[in-house]
Design a protein around this ligand. Sequence first.
Ligand SMILES: Nc1nc2c(c(=O)[nH]1)N[C@H]1C(S)=C(S)[C@@H](COP(=O)(O)O)O[C@H]1N2
Ligand SMILES: [Mo]
Length: 432
Amino acid sequence: MREPKRPVNRIASQAVTRRDVLGAAASLAGGTALASQAAISAAAASSDNLPPHIPDWQTKPGGEVMSPPYGAPSQFEASVVRRERSGGSPYPTKQAAVSLTPLQDLHGVITPNGLHYERHHAGVPTIDPQEHRLIIHGMVERPMIFTMDDIVRFPSVSRIHFLECSGNTQNWGKPAPELTVQDTHGLLSCCEWTGTWLKTILGEIGVKPEAKWMLAEGADAAAMTRSIPIEKVFDDAIVAYAQNGERLRPEQGYPVRLLLPGYEGNASVKWLRRLKFGDAPWQTREETSKYSWIMPDGTIRQFNFIMEAKSVITFPSGGRKLDAQGFHEISGLAWSGRGKIARVEVSTDGGASWADAALQEPVLSKCLTRFRLPWRWSGAPALLSSRATDESGSVQPTREALLKERDARSYYHYNAIQSWSVAASGVVANAG
Ligand SMILES: Nc1nc2c(c(=O)[nH]1)N[C@H]1C(S)=C(S)[C@@H](COP(=O)(O)O)O[C@H]1N2
Ligand SMILES: [Mo]
């Protein structure tokens, strides 16, 4: 029989120590895990849906199957969305813009497809896969045109890799304290990509020995093109048609994209329509006026493909407020375009001391790795930072060290250590 409705204030109305409440909350939950102050305030809230009452949703059957046929997140997760950089988009149109992944709301390492960051130079084309072709030509024995069915017939490969725009993390100047990790690091996502190794397709084509570069062109109105070194082409380049189990989203390059693991996102050409082989790079817009580096002596360095070792704490991070002292799990993401993450160190005192974080298995090459460190917050101001080291021995630099190697007008490949300040109030802010 249903319990009579009455306010449930028992636990909170008595004078109890925090230890008692934690014990009670943990035993009610049937677990031994630490309960937070949030559990106490939830128990104290007056609602007929709380124990010992039977909640409304338990009193009648719920929604039908297939409503909707393609599932969507709970209505209570509606705030977990992509959005533009706070402070307004620097881009002139919504077709040539970016959207950012809400890293602060995600768990594990996989980015749900609907939350993958976006970067388009001329909008998302609507491509009928029946009418899409991939042409491969130039310095090859047998130029060919492939349909999507042809591409999918090749032996397949699935790999979990991060994709990061090299414009991610604009902390070159003075960092704005109100920025969240979505603002600072949200041009970063990680999917299981399925397709075929490009080298498998090239077995049919026969690339000539004098070919040293490959031009990749997209079928969007930007006709975005990049020159790719031949070594990468025959190493781990993937012609990808699926992400996280389903065909690519239009935003990610439907029906087919190039996926170059560990390279700057720009080189992973979406809506892939053409691959051309040649003996020199083509000097396209995206490798001359854009995506090149300004060095301290004022010279320009091109073809900086590899995303270096980097990490960021996603909890707690900018815009959050810690509502209780005591236990919190510091958690974040680390990645490197050079291979696997070997180590992540975390500091809670502004870099005075560092502790090794635990790395969540499996630790994969050119993939996000989740790290975590248990932390007891005393209630005093703290400065949280993380520092990644990859298997090649590359260590994530400090901002000062990075700025010594690059001109302050730099834009791309910012990979310095990120810090979040925690105030005595619990408010967490970007400390750059
Ligand atoms: N054809 C084409 N490919 C493209 C782009 C584009 O605008 N057109 N943007 C590039 C950039 S700058 C990045 S960072 C990645 C973004 O991929 P995503 O939108 O799937 O996250 O795609 C790259 N490939
Ligand atoms: Mo990008």
